[in-house]
Ligand binder design. Structure first.
Ligand SMILES: [Zn+2]
Length: 344
C-alpha cells in the first residue's frame, strides 16, 4: 500500500515537472534592436559576415569591450560573429525590464479583436513599456503616455522579463497559442477550428483527471479520501494553468466562456468526488474503492404517507422516489452484478 502511494505521488510530481519553467539561467541571450551588421571581430573595422534583423535573438558566447560574440542560427546553420552592444539588449538587462521592441510599423488599437479603435501609430524599432502581456498580444504604453494594444507578432519582449510562465515566449503553452494565433488569422474556417482546439485544450486535462483517478481507484492504490483530495488538487492545478488563458485571450475576451469553464470544472470535481464508492463483491467479498460507473434511470413512483396525530387529526405528505440501476464488475474475481438503488 505504502509502495503504491509513493509510486503514484512520484508520478504526479513527474507530470508536474513537465510544466515549463523559466529558463532565464540557461545562458545570456540578446535581442537585436536595429537592423545591423554581423562582423568577424569586435570592431567596425572587421569584415561584415552577415546581416542581423530587428528582433533577432542570438546566444552570447563571449564579450569584449562593448561587443558581443554571439551565435546566429541553429545547429548546422549556426554562424558565430560579433555584434555591437549598442544595438543589442541582453535578456538579463534590468534597464529594459518590462520593455518591448516594436518589429514593424503598426497601429496601436484600443483593444484586440473586433470593434477596436485606432489609438496611435508605432514605428519599427520603438521601445515601449509592456503593461500587460497575453499570448495573443500586449497592452503597451508609449513614451507620450498613450496606451493601446498591439498583436504579438509585432512586438518582442526584451530585457529582464518576469512574466508568468504561460506568457513567457519560451514556454510550451505560449508557443502552442502562438501557433494557434497564426492559424486563427488565416481565415474564418481556422478561426472556428482554433476555438474547438482551444476547448479541447481545456477538456483534455479534465479527462486526464478522470482516467488517472479511475486508475488509482481500481488499483486500490490510494484510499477513498486521498483520491478525493487528489481530484480537488488536480482540478485546481488545471484551473490555475488553463483559465487565465481562456479568460484573457481574444477568442474568449467576453470572459463569460472562461467563467463557464470554471463552473464546469467545479461541477466535474464535485461529480467525481461523489462517484467514489466502496464496493464489496457479493461473490468473493473483496472490498475496494471504486468509481460508481453511472446510472440508468428506471422511472419513478410517488407514495402518499399519512401521519395520524394524538388528537386524531392527520397530515399528509407526498414522497417521490426514483430507481437507478448500476452495473458493477469485481476487480478481483471478475464477477458482474447490478444493483438497484432508490434515490428520493
Ligand atoms: Zn469478486
Amino acid at each position: 500500500m505504502l509502495k503504491f502511494t509513493i509510486a503514484h505521488l512520484s508520478l504526479v510530481l513527474l507530470i508536474l515537472s513537465f510544466f515549463p519553467t523559466d529558463s532565464q539561467a540557461k545562458g545570456l541571450e540578446i535581442v537585436i534592436i536595429k537592423n545591423a551588421n554581423f562582423r568577424s571581430g569586435p570592431g567596425t573595422n572587421y569584415k561584415i559576415i552577415g546581416n542581423l534583423g530587428i528582433g533577432e535573438k542570438l546566444k552570447v558566447v563571449s564579450t569584449k569591450d562593448s561587443w558581443y560574440e554571439a551565435v546566429k542560427g541553429r545547429r548546422n546553420l549556426a554562424v558565430t560573429g560579433w555584434v555591437s552592444s549598442t544595438i543589442a539588449v541582453a535578456n538579463n538587462d534590468s534597464a529594459y525590464a518590462g520593455k518591448g521592441l516594436i518589429l514593424l510599423n503598426v497601429d496601436l488599437t484600443s483593444k484586440l479583436g473586433k470593434n477596436a479603435v485606432w489609438v496611435a501609430s508605432v514605428k519599427q524599432g520603438d521601445i515601449v513599456t509592456i503593461l500587460k502581456s497575453q499570448p495573443f498580444g500586449s497592452k503597451i504604453q508609449l513614451d507620450n503616455g498613450e496606451i493601446g494594444w498591439v498583436r504579438r507578432n509585432f512586438i518582442k519582449q526584451i530585457g529582464f522579463q518576469n512574466y508568468p510562465y504561460y506568457l513567457n515566449e519560451k514556454s510550451i503553452i505560449y508557443s502552442a497559442f502562438n501557433f494557434l494565433d497564426k492559424l486563427r488569422t488565416k481565415n474564418e474556417f481556422f478561426k472556428y477550428f482554433v476555438i474547438v482546439i482551444s476547448v479541447v485544450f481545456f477538456i483534455l486535462p479534465l479527462y486526464f483527471i478522470h482516467f488517472f483517478t479511475n486508475f488509482l481507484c481500481v488499483r486500490k492504490a490510494l484510499s477513498n479520501t486521498l483520491i478525493k483530495w487528489l481530484i480537488r488538487f488536480l482540478g485546481i492545478v488545471v484551473m490555475l494553468l488553463v483559465t487565465p488563458i481562456f479568460m484573457f485571450t481574444p477568442p474568449y475576451e467576453n470572459f463569460f466562456i472562461g467563467v463557464v469553464f470554471v463552473v464546469l470544472l467545479l461541477f466535474d470535481m464535485w461529480l467525481q468526488g461523489k462517484r467514489i464508492v466502496y464496493l464489496r463483491c457479493p461473490r468473493c467479498r473483496t472490498m475496494w474503492a471504486g468509481m460508481d460507473k453511472g446510472s440508468i434511470f428506471l422511472g419513478g413512483w410517488k407514495s402518499k404517507r399519512t401521519v395520524r396525530h394524538a388528537d386524531g387529526s392527520t397530515t399528509g405528505s407526498t414522497h417521490s422516489a426514483m430507481y437507478y440501476r448500476d452495473k458493477r464488475e469485481c476487480n478481483h474475481c471478475g464477477h458482474r452484478w447490478s444493483i438497484t438503488r432508490v434515490k428520493s
